[in-house]
Design a protein around this ligand. Structure first.
Ligand SMILES: [Zn+2]
Length: 173
């Protein structure tokens, strides 16, 4: 991609919501349940990809710290996040970063996978919150869940949070 093309793509506003496709619509894609490649249009299109670990991480934190509000309230918060994540507003925030250029929102099956990942993380979080040395275990689990996506795609929850905050601050300021 040439520099000017890339600049055009970055300033181009994305007007559509996510869930435009039920699953990955890249030509010739095997539509597998897991896809390591988050580029070339496959990102957030398969049921699970390295971003699933980020959703799992949020589940671990909520299971650890917020299990007292009940699992229905916790799952509802993640459903709300899936909704926000697929609004044109949020999609454009992700697209502001060069790594998010191809992001057009989640496919329907990816949102389902995100919720499953969140729930698995939630169960892990609740389990370790009741164990001995729970903070050490929490730290170890979070470190693993940050490392795996970083190794697979050079991105993770902390980097994502920084990118999103930076973009929001830049837009307000
Ligand atoms: Zn694909």
């Amino acid at each position: 991609m040439t520099v000017s093309n890339e600049r055009n793509k970055r300033t181009e506003r994305h007007e559509r919501w996510g869930w435009q496709h039920n699953q990955c619509s890249v030509d010739g894609c095997d539509r597998s349940v897991w896809k390591t490649d988050t580029k070339h249009g496959h990102g957030s299109q398969h049921m699970f990809d390295p971003y699933s670990f980020c959703h799992m991480e949020v589940g671990v934190m909520q299971g650890f710290f917020l299990s007292h509000i009940g699992y229905k309230a916790n799952i509802s918060t993640h459903c709300m996040w899936e909704f926000v994540e697929n609004t044109p507003w949020m999609i454009n925030i992700f697209r502001d970063d060069p790594r998010g250029l191809e992001y057009t929102g989640d496919s329907a099956i990816n949102s389902v996978g995100d919720l499953i990942s969140f729930y698995i993380g939630f169960i892990i979080g609740v389990t370790i919150s009741k164990s001995n040395g729970r903070y050490v275990r929490l730290f170890a689990v979070l470190a693993i869940l940050e490392s795996i996506p970083f190794m697979l795609m050079r991105d993770n929850s902390v980097l994502l949070a920084f990118k999103v905050l930076k973009t929001i601050v830049a837009r307000i300021g």
